[in-house]
Design a protein around this ligand. Sequence first.
Ligand code: FNR
Length: 386
Amino acid sequence: MSSLSHACNIADLRRIARRRLPRPIFDYIDGGADDEVSLDRNRSAFDGHALVPDALVDVSAIRTATTLFGQPVGSPLMLSPTGLTRMFHGGAERAVARAAARHGLAYALSTMGTTRLEDLAAGFAGPRIFQIYIFKDRGLTAEFVARCKAAGFHGLALTVDTVVAGNRERDRRNGLSIPPRLTWRSMLSFAMHPRWSLSTLLSSPFDFPNVSHRVDALAGGPMSLFDYIGGQFDRSIVWKDVEWLAGQWGGPLSIKGLMTPGDAKRAIASGATSVTVSNHGGRQLDGTPAPVDRIAAIRDALGPGPEIVCDGGIRRGSDIVKALALGATACSIGRPYLYGLAAGGEAGVDRALTLLVEEFERCLALLGVNDIAALEPRHVRPCGVK
Ligand code: FNR
């Protein structure tokens, strides 16, 4: 049996990924900002919610299907956008998308992804979302919108928690610039790594094909490209820019990186159809609350209509159950599928999704819930409350 089939949970896949990747690359996936308080809290907050089961409910069939971004999905789970995915495995975004499609799940491609959005759309029939930024050059953002329409993307997710880069100290200690500066030392450490394949290194993992056509002078190499793009993020964006984007796009739009009921209401009033409650997986502002602990208040503020996606810290199927009971429409995962990708390419992502979906369905059965629409706040209790 392969080590993948021995993996019983996401933590096992993480251990395999750690063995397979050079340390700086693993830490780039795994780490968070500053003291990693948000990173740890995102996960531990789920332990603060106890599950309260109903007995003697017919759970011979469990209904998990729903819609997200206007598209039917098999489970209320989606795959978050992650940049530089090819750095973790040569199969990159297409491997992730194929595994997502097999499970009937939505996948969001990052602007900083390593696959052209048109190429991803051509090979992925499932619900596809494009994660977008508002650039100083609005023409570049408008061009993305037009390309997404032409390529048949179903939704956009505007990330708003990245006006400046978070302080990732693991990366600084490891000397990892993003993308890595290929010094002799770093090349030696990567090349000597027994499992990180040379083909990954040779597959241009530090290219950003969605934006590179906009950079005329690449003479300075990938570092200057990254600087160019980072310098293009507009720090002055405000709600009227969301209105502008919603008007350009005219389809399902989520604002990713919100944490308060007030901002969630403004997002919907500005033309968004969905909010993604997220602190960027603890990679940006450190010390924030965990997304799962903001869901109930945001659902109260928005009422039953708008989609709320809970993003960050989900490592078990029971975490999805808890977020849904608190009012989320769906959950989104970043690191769990990246650990799978690094552990075994497409088969590894497949394993990560299988584990989470099976855990989710088992948890619903044990909770006495046969339809996700029947999940209610009474199914969770803060620990310590009788
Ligand atoms: C991310 N995330 C992210 N978000 C985004 O909007 N654009 C991006 O390019 C990236 N890139 C990225 C790279 C890596 C390696 C990670 C781990 C994360 C954040 C991501 O979309 C999501 O919000 C978090 O990963 C969710 O937290 P968990 O599931 O990783 O705990």
